[in-house]
Ligand binder design. Structure first.
Ligand SMILES: Nc1nc2c(ncn2[C@@H]2O[C@H](COP(=O)(O)OP(=O)(O)OP(=O)(O)O)[C@@H](O)[C@H]2O)c(=O)[nH]1
Ligand SMILES: [Mg+2]
Length: 485
């Protein structure tokens, strides 16, 4: 619990021309990806009222941001304000108040009256501009009006276009109207850029340093906590997935009819993969929730589960570790990529040989396309001659040391894409593996504890004692993914 605020929380209005990206800047800064809460649109004039966003931690408000409608007629408004200044005197806050009183509700300068409201009550301001646009007279009028407020003010360059042509013009001009000029790209800003923006408020508003510094402390605490919870979700997924086996009872009839055998095995393999997919989706949902993303979809069925196609040979070659890395990570690396198929104990002895033949067929159908990896199969359960009806068929994790690394790769890739997604983006997306293997870029010291633990999972006995070490390693890897390159 941080110390209580000894003053009112500081307020900052986000202002600028219509469509400059004001709402987008706030959406990314405050992690709001919901159009119901904060509307973003290509149609200019989307925000028509001021909207307040209190930032609270531990049930206390520390700072407040205000989204405002954009300037729509700045040149005319500037002239109307100047006309209200006392003879021979400069425009000051009082003049702006007169302007608002005069035009409020008149139908004229509605946007300007509304956007000036917060500043008349003492809020600081963040002026959002798109420096890929030429600096026109209308912008000078906006800057002039904002300077007249006399409030702490920061100019934010939110580059929407590609052009650098006008950047220098903007920088020079902004320098004379604002206390500070900073870059903040609403569509690409990540955590560190968001923190930098909040920290720069300290420079324009020293009077509120306690509140701003407290927000920075909370942000960091929260950021670490989210990563730790994500690491836990990933570890728990890996443990379940690496030890999972799907089992179905089989009857004597299943065993004796070839087509039934095949069907049974195919069904079982599909159940197995669907379950792994579900487990991974659960981990992904948790991560999305922690990072406040709602537009990213995670609901998929295993047939269109593109982000981790365990049954495509390509997956085994491009993700996870390569053969040399696997060999170094320890563990006897085989080429096997198939599911481990076991035949449980049964009350009959005949037919299991032909069943193995059927297994190959079904597995072949599973490894769609390309050549079949050389998959290993083992018969578990001892095929003991037992009586009773305890005959079952089960499939378990692929007998390949790379399996764990592929699952980890998939989680880390997802995690890194979530970290990199700005909340101002409003497109609905399904995150897919972007093809970059993260596990292959890890240092061998980072891989070591994971490899050991994976090994224990593969043996069906996850080593609980190793969990703190595994957690620390993963947490560190994940922290690296969030850093700016
Ligand atoms: N490429 C890109 N587009 C952006 C960026 N920021 C905003 N936009 C787009 O610009 C348009 C306007 O964004 P808004 O955030 O609604 O702008 P605004 O200033 O709040 O607009 P009004 O409320 O209408 O005054 C939307 O289509 C955004 O997606 C950016 O950093 N990059
Ligand atoms: Mg807006």
């Amino acid at each position: 619990m941080m110390e209580k605020l000894t003053q009112d929380p500081p307020k900052f209005a986000v202002v600028g021309k219509v469509n400059a990206g004001k709402s987008s800047v706030l959406a990314t800064l405050l992690e709001v990806d919901d159009d119901q809460l904060l509307r973003i649109s290509a149609t200019p004039g989307e925000t028509t009222e001021c909207q307040e966003f209190p930032v609270s931690f531990d049930k206390q408000e520390w700072i407040r941001f205000i989204d405002t409608p954009g300037f729509s007629r700045p040149i005319e408004a500037m002239k109307a304000i100047q006309e209200l200044a006392p003879e021979g005197k400069k425009v000051e806050l009082e003049t702006l108040k007169k302007f608002v009183v005069k035009y409020q509700g008149s139908g004229e300068f509605e946007d300007e009256c509304r956007l000036l409201g917060p500043m008349l009550e003492g809020s600081g301001l963040l002026y959002v501009i798109d420096p890929s646009k030429p600096l026109r007279e209308a912008f000078i009028a906006e800057m002039e009006i904002l300077r007249w407020t006399g409030q702490p003010r920061l100019a934010l360059l939110n580059r929407k276009g590609e052009s650098d042509e006008f950047l220098q013009d903007w920088k020079t001009k902004l320098g004379s109207y604002f206390n500070l000029v900073r870059t903040f790209n609403a569509h690409t800003a990540k955590y560190e850029e968001r923190v930098r923006l909040i920290r720069s408020l300290l420079e324009i508003d020293e009077a509120h340093s306690q509140a701003i510094e407290t927000v920075l402390e909370y942000l960091e605490l929260e950021w670490d906590q989210r990563r730790e919870e994500s690491a836990e979700a990933i570890i728990s997924f890996l443990e379940k997935a690496l030890t999972h086996r799907a089992t179905v009872p089989i009857t004597e009839r299943d065993m004796s009819v070839e087509s039934r055998k095949e069907r049974k095995l195919k069904q079982l393999s599909e159940e197995y993969s669907a379950k792994i997919v579900k487990m991974e989706e659960k981990a992904h949902s948790k991560i999305m929730k922690l990072y406040r993303h709602h537009l990213v979809s995670v609901e998929q069925n295993s047939s269109n589960y593109d982000s981790l196609d365990l049954f495509a040979e390509e997956t085994w070659e491009k993700w996870g570790l390569n053969r040399a890395q696997l060999a170094m990570a320890g563990g006897a690396t085989g080429a096997a990529g198939g599911l481990l198929v076991d035949i449980g104990t049964g009350g009959f002895t005949h037919g299991w040989g032909t069943l193995l033949g059927a297994v190959s067929g079904a597995a072949a159908a599973f490894f769609k396309g390309g050549e079949l990896p050389d998959f290993g199969m083992s018969i578990g359960g001892g095929l003991k001659m037992e009586t009773g009806d305890g005959t079952s068929l089960s499939v378990g994790p692929p007998k390949n040391d790379n399996f764990a690394w592929i699952l980890l790769d998939s989680c880390l890739n997802f995690y890194s894409q979530i970290l990199n997604r700005a909340h101002a983006k409003r497109d609905q997306v399904t995150i897919q593996h972007d093809g970059n293997s993260i596990t292959r870029t890890l240092k061998s010291s980072e891989r070591k504890p994971l490899a050991k633990w994976f090994d224990s999972c593969a043996k069906g006995k996850p080593d609980r004692g190793m969990e703190p070490e595994v957690f620390a390693a993963l947490n560190q890897i994940m922290a690296g993914l969030g850093k700016e390159q």
